[in-house]
Design a protein around this ligand. Structure first.
Ligand code: C2E
Ligand code: CA
Ligand code: CA
Ligand code: CA
Length: 271
């Protein structure tokens, strides 16, 4: 048994070693990706529930790796956060989003995701204002999406920063609402305009663990607090219909469109 245990340990070490060097390789590649045009923003439409017209887009980061193909943000954002690469990467997103905004019709906006590390970066505010100025884009067309867990890490500082963005006229959205901490106090404490219901609730609409009572309650609460509600992860017509009936202001999900590069977007409002 002892020998067997030892062998298991050796195998485990080997596997761990491989994972670590795999990680190092990806980090190395990610650094290169920033300098060589491998990163790009895909846009996913967020649709006005009442009119079924595009309200704005969410910008989602994609990495076209030279040998591994397309890598999603769930893989490389955590690596970027651990290594500090999130700062140049975040700035790429900010600049690119403002460039895209300049190319979109003026009636449409764009949302970007901010990670917890960016919320404590003293340069974030000026990075965003400078990018907006340079692209000659109104701050009101930009939405910043942050999660509750990102706010938790430094609530006092985050509150001051978000208030400055609010003053500037930027739209603020609380992302993934209902997952993780879900402290209702946060809703009132920060100057949010929009609450995004996490797609795990939308998934469970009409299932055995029906989430409809939860969604209804979130929408009621949001209305009391004068917040707009966006539902994420809408995949079927039935979900879209029900969410609109329940009072969601905006809907986002594969049913309305997958994230895609700007050139692949059908832009109904441009012509
Ligand atoms: P998120 O902000 O919650 O973004 C929504 C995710 O749901 C996206 O995954 C999107 O492609 C996916 N999605 C949209 N509609 C549907 C649907 O109908 N069904 C399903 N199953 N999924 C749907 P994606 O693009 O892989 O992004 C994952 C996460 O990575 C994002 O979650 C966000 O937290 C993070 N992320 C993406 N881009 C950036 C970025 O530029 N900066 C930072 N800091 N994080 C980013
Ligand atoms: Ca988001
Ligand atoms: Ca989300
Ligand atoms: Ca998420």
């Amino acid at each position: 048994a002892k020998r067997l245990g030892g062998q298991t340990l050796v195998n485990f070490d080997q596997a761990l070693g491989e994972r670590i060097s795999e990680r190092q390789t990806l980090i190395h590649d990610l650094k290169a990706a920033l300098d060589t045009d491998q990163l790009s923003l895909y846009l996913q439409p967020i649709v006005e529930a009442s009119k079924q017209s595009i309200d704005h887009y969410e910008a989602l980061l994609r990495w076209q790796h030279p040998t591994r193909g397309m890598i999603g943000p769930d893989i490389f954002i955590p690596l970027a956060e651990e290594t500090g690469l999130i700062h140049p990467l975040g700035n790429f997103v900010i600049k690119q989003a403002c460039t895209l905004l300049a190319a979109l019709p003026e009636t449409q906006g764009l949302a970007i995701n901010l990670s917890a590390h960016q919320l404590v970066d003293p340069a974030l505010y000026s990075n965003i204002t400078e990018a907006l100025l340079e692209a000659n884009v109104s701050p009101s067309r930009l939405t910043l999406e942050v999660t509750e867990s990102a706010l938790m890490q430094n609530a006092t500082e985050a509150k001051i920063l978000l208030e400055r963005f609010h003053e500037l006229g930027v739209t603020l959205a609380l992302d993934d609402f209902g997952t993780g901490y879900s402290s209702l106090a946060y809703l009132n404490l920060f100057p949010f305009d929009t609450l995004k219901i996490d797609r795990s609730f939308v998934n469970q609409l009409g299932s055995v663990k029906d989430s409809q009572p939860i969604i209804s309650t979130i929408i009621l609460l949001a209305r009391e607090l004068d917040l707009r509600v966006t539902a994420e992860g809408v995949e079927t017509e039935a979900q879209a219909f029900l969410l609109k009936e329940l009072g969601c202001h905006a809907l986002q999900g594969y049913y309305f469109g997958r994230p895609s590069p700007l050139e692949d977007l059908a832009l109904p409002l441009t012509h």
